[in-house]
Every structure is written in structure tokens, then in C-alpha cells.
Design a protein. Sequence first.
Length: 65
Amino acid sequence: MKKNNAFYYLIAVLGILIFSAGLCVLGESIIQKINEQNWFLIGTIALVLINTGLCLMISSKDYKR
């Protein structure tokens, strides 16, 4: 495996992991909203994680050879 392909896989897998973590945090935010607790900060963190994961997955194609 070439060095650039390794970097491609690293960025792609990191994007998938961050996206999945964002979905888990989003679920926790929904649970807190249902229980009428403070959910805004956790929801914002979930939004940041989901968008970061998507951007990494999409931009990883630039490193594939």
C-alpha cells in the first residue's frame, strides 16, 4: 500500500468514526430534550461532529491515487 493510499484510508476511517460519534451524541441530545433537560450544547457538539465527519469523508477522495 502506497503512502498516499494509507493517508486516504486514515482520513476516510477517521471521518466515519467522527460521523458515527456525532450521531451517538445527537441521540443523547434528543434524549435530553425529551426529558426537558439542557440539550442545546450537546446538540451543537453533535452538529459539529457530524459535519466534520462528513467533510473528512468527502475530502478523503482527494488523497486517493
